[in-house]
Design a protein around this ligand. Structure first.
Ligand SMILES: [Zn+2]
Length: 700
C-alpha cells in the first residue's frame, strides 16, 4: 500500500496540500485510519471540479468518439469521485457521529447535482451514440458494447432522444408525476394519522402483548386521554390484527386501514383521482418514448423481457400455488370453527386465527434456536460453504478499519492468488444505520497497472457478545448474513474487466437479488446446519426435531402468501399494460373491476366490497415499483430455480454445477443480459417449480 499518490495535473501550492488529503489517495484500500471529516469538503469539491472539466473536455467536438479517447478517460475520472464519495457514504452509515453527518450532508446536494447533470448531458449522449454508430463498435468486447448500450438506453428513457418539440411535454409529465407521487404518499400518511381508536375497558385488550398495551397507554397519555390508543401505524395495527381477541376492535381497525385515502374518508385525502392521473401520464410518457404502455417501459432496463413473458410467469405460479392457498384457508377455517368458535372467517380474523394456529401447530422458541448459532461456528460454516461451492480460500487479512469491531478478510484462488477482499462489520452500534447491507469499496477492472482487485463492505446489526460468552445469532440473522455475503460474492468474484458492468454494476435490478437469495438456501440445508451449529453451553449441534419445526414454520401458509403477492403483481402489471384509465368514464371496466378480475383468478380470501387496496398501494404509485412489483417473486423464482440445479445434481456443493454457477452468473456480472446468464447456467427458461417445492408446496 505504499504506491505513490495519484499525481494531479498542474500542482499549485494549494493543491500540494490536497495530496495529503487521505480521501484523495486511490493507491490502495481506503485509509480509514487517516481520513477525517474535515477532508470531505476539500476532496470532494476538488473531484467534482476535476470531473466537470473532464466531462467538458471529453465532450468537445475534437475528441473522437472512440472507447480510448472518450469512454475510458471518462470512466477513469468519474471512478475517483465515486470511490471517494463511496468512502464518505460508508463512514456516514457506520459511524454517524455529528461531524461525519455534517461532512456528508454538506456535500450530498453537490454530488447529487453532479450525477443529475451527467444524466441530462446531451453532449455525452451524442458521444455515446456516435460510438454506437461508428465502425469501432463492432470490434469492442461484449462488455464494452453493453456499457455503451446501457448508457444510450438510460439517456433514451430519460427523454434525451426525443425530438425537440416533444421534450417540453416530456419534462412536464416527469415533473407532474413526481409531484403526484409525493401527494399520493402525503395523502396516505395523513389518512393513516387521521384515525385513532380509544379503548377504555381493559377487558377489551385481551390477547395483546404487554409491550403493545404499554405503548397504547403511553400514546393515549400523550393525547391527554384516558385508556389506550390504537392507530393504523404498523407497530400498533399489526399486533391488533395478530393478537387482539377483541373482534370488534379488529373489524373497526381493518375497515379503517382498508379504506385509507379513499372516497370513504376526507375528500382532500382521496387518492382515487391521483391514481387516474398517474396512470394516464405514465401511458402518455410511454407513448412519447415509442412504447405502447408503461409496463413496456418499465421492463426495458429489467431482466424480464416482455409483458406476456411476465404475465405467463405469474399465471403459471398462480395456477400451481392456488390449490395450496385453498388448502391453507380451509385449514384456517376449520381451526377457527373448532378451536376459536368462529363460524365464519372474516378478513379481520385471518391474522388473529393464523397466529393461534401457528402457535398450536408449529411453535418453537427463537431464543432456543439462537443458542446453537455461535459466531465462530456461523462464520466457519459460512466460509466453508463459500470455499466448497466456489473453489476459493477465505483468510484473515489486515487493513485500516473504521471501528475496532471490524474484521477484514481476503479471498484467494486455490493456488493462493488474490481475488478480492472484504470488511465484515457484524455488530449493532448506536452510530450505525439499521439493517444489513453490502456496498462496494473498490470495483474490479483492468487499469494501466493490471487488474484492480475488488473490495466489499458487509454490514450487519447483530448483537455483540455479552460477558465472556460468544455472540449468538438468530436463524434469521444467519440467513441475513448469507444473503449479504451473496451480494458480496457477486461483487468480489466477478471476472469482468470493465467498471460499468463489473460485479453488480449494470446488473438489472430484478436480477440483483439472485445471488443473495440463492445463498440463503444453505441456511436450510440440514448437513450445513449440523456443521454450522454448536450450543453455546454444551457444543451440541442443532437437534433434528427443532430443525423440523423451523422448517414447518417457514412454510406456514406459503400458499396464501404466494397468491397474495401474485395478486399485487398481476394487478400492477395489468394496470400498466392493458388497462385504459380513461375508460372508466366511458362505461368501460374501472380499476376496481380489474382488481376484482385478478382476485377471481388468484385470491382465496373474499374481500369486502368497500376494500380500497389500490388507494394505499404506494409501492407502485409512489415508490418506483410501477409495473415492477413482480420483481420480488421473479427474483425468488430465479434463485430457487438456480438452487434446484444443485438439488438435481444430488449435492448442494456439486463441483461441476458450482463452477457453472460461478462462470455463467456470479462472475459474469452485468456484462451480459441476466436472462442470458440464466439460460447459460440452466440451459432453459426459468421455471417456477423449485420455488413451490422449497416453500413446501409439493405437487406430485
Ligand atoms: Zn439483497
Amino acid at each position: 500500500m505504499t504506491a505513490p499518490l495519484t499525481p494531479r495535473p498542474h500542482s499549485t501550492p494549494e493543491q500540494k496540500t490536497m495530496t495529503q488529503n487521505a480521501l484523495l489517495d486511490f493507491s490502495g484500500l481506503p485509509r480509514f485510519d487517516a481520513i477525517l471529516p474535515g477532508d470531505v469538503q476539500p476532496a470532494i469539491s476538488q473531484l467534482l471540479e476535476d470531473s466537470r472539466s473532464v466531462v467538458e473536455a471529453l465532450t468537445s467536438e475534437n475528441i473522437p468518439a472512440t472507447w480510448d479517447d472518450f469512454a475510458a478517460p471518462l470512466t477513469d475520472n468519474i471512478e475517483q469521485l465515486s470511490r471517494a464519495w463511496g468512502v464518505v457514504g460508508h463512514v456516514h452509515s457506520v459511524n454517524d457521529v455529528p461531524e461525519w453527518r455534517e461532512a456528508y450532508n454538506g456535500m450530498l446536494p453537490e454530488v447529487s447535482r453532479f450525477y443529475a447533470e451527467l444524466g441530462q448531458n446531451l453532449k455525452l449522449f451524442a458521444k455515446y451514440q456516435a460510438i454506437r454508430e461508428g465502425q469501432e463498435y463492432a470490434t469492442l468486447s461484449p462488455a464494452r458494447r453493453k456499457i455503451i448500450d446501457n448508457e444510450i438506453r438510460d439517456f433514451r428513457l430519460s427523454g434525451a432522444a426525443l425530438p425537440e418539440d416533444k421534450k417540453p411535454r416530456f419534462q412536464a409529465i416527469s415533473e407532474e408525476l413526481a409531484s403526484l407521487s409525493a401527494k399520493f404518499s402525503e395523502n396516505l400518511l395523513d389518512a393513516t394519522n387521521a384515525f385513532a381508536e380509544f379503548i377504555i375497558d381493559p377487558a377489551e385488550l385481551a390477547g395483546l402483548p404487554e409491550d403493545v398495551q404499554q405503548a397504547a397507554r403511553e400514546a393515549a397519555d400523550k393525547d391527554g386521554k384516558a385508556g389506550w390508543k390504537f392507530t393504523l401505524h404498523m407497530p400498533s395495527y399489526l399486533p391488533v390484527m395478530q393478537y387482539a381477541a377483541n373482534r370488534r376492535l379488529r373489524a373497526a381497525m381493518y375497515r379503517a386501514y382498508a379504506t385509507r385515502a379513499s372516497e370513504f374518508g376526507p375528500a382532500g385525502l382521496d387518492n382515487t383521482p391521483l391514481i387516474r392521473s398517474i396512470l394516464e401520464l405514465r401511458r402518455e410518457e410511454a407513448q412519447l418514448l415509442g412504447y405502447n404502455n408503461f409496463a413496456e417501459v418499465s421492463l426495458v432496463p429489467k431482466m424480464a423481457e416482455s409483458v406476456p413473458q411476465v404475465l405467463g410467469f405469474l399465471r403459471d405460479l398462480a395456477v400451481k400455488a392456488k390449490p395450496f392457498a385453498e388448502k391453507d384457508i380451509t385449514e384456517l377455517r376449520a381451526f377457527a370453527r373448532q378451536e376459536i368458535g368462529l363460524e365464519t372467517l372474516e378478513p379481520w380474523d385471518v391474522g388473529y386465527v393464523s397466529e393461534k394456529l401457528l402457535q398450536a401447530r408449529y411453535a418453537f422458541s427463537e431464543q432456543e434456536v439462537k443458542q446453537y448459532f455461535t459466531e465462530s461456528k456461523v462464520l466457519a460454516g459460512l466460509f466453508h460453504v463459500v470455499e466448497t461451492l466456489f473453489g476459493v480460500r477465505l483468510k484473515p487479512d489486515t487493513a485500516p478499519v473504521w471501528h475496532e469491531d471490524v474484521r477484514f478478510f481476503r479471498i484467494e484462488t486455490a493456488s493462493g492468488e488474490l481475488i478480492g477482499q472484504f470488511y465484515l462489520d457484524l455488530y449493532a452500534r448506536e452510530t450505525k444505520r439499521g439493517g444489513a447491507w453490502m456496498d462496494s469499496a473498490i470495483t474490479r477492472r483492468r487499469t494501466g497497472n493490471g487488474i484492480q482487485k475488488p473490495v466489499a463492505y458487509l454490514n450487519c446489526n447483530f448483537s455483540r457478545p455479552v460477558g465472556n460468552k460468544p455472540a449468538t445469532f438468530t436463524h434469521d440473522e444467519v440467513t441475513t448474513l448469507f444473503h449479504e455475503t451473496g451480494h458480496g460474492l457477486h461483487h468480489l468474484l466477478t471476472r469482468v474487466d470493465e467498471l460499468g458492468v463489473s460485479g453488480i454494476n449494470g446488473v438489472e435490478w430484478d436480477a440483483v437479488e439472485l445471488p443473495s437469495q440463492f445463498m440463503e438456501n444453505y441456511c436450510w440445508e440440514w448437513n450445513v446446519l449440523q456443521e454450522m451449529t454448536g450450543h453455546v453451553d454444551t457444543g451440541a449441534p442443532l437437534p433434528r426435531a427443532l430443525f423440523d419445526k423451523m422448517l414447518a414454520a417457514k412454510n406456514f401458509q406459503s400458499g396464501m402468501q404466494n397468491v397474495r403477492q401474485l395478486e399485487f403483481s398481476l394487478f400492477d402489471l395489468r394496470l400498466h399494460a392493458d388497462f385504459d384509465p380513461a375508460g372508466e368514464n366511458a362505461g368501460k371496466p374501472g380499476m376496481l373491476d380489474l382488481l376484482a378480475e385478478v382476485r377471481r383468478e388468484v385470491a382465496v380470501i373474499k374481500l369486502p366490497e368497500w376494500h380500497r387496496f389500490p388507494n394505499s398501494f404506494s409501492h407502485i404509485f409512489a415508490g418506483g415499483y410501477g409495473a415492477g412489483y413482480f420483481s420480488y417473486k421473479w427474483a425468488e423464482v430465479l434463485s430457487a430455480d438456480c438452487y434446484a440445479a444443485f438439488e438435481e445434481a444430488g449435492n448442494p456443493f456439486d463441483p461441476a454445477t458450482g463452477k457453472r454457477f460461478l462462470d455463467e452468473i456470479i462472475a459474469a456480472g452485468g456484462a451480459r443480459p441476466a436472462i442470458e446468464n440464466f439460460r447459460a447456467f440452466r440451459g432453459r427458461e426459468p421455471q417456477v417449480d423449485a420455488l413451490l417445492r422449497h416453500s413446501g408446496m409439493i405437487t406430485a
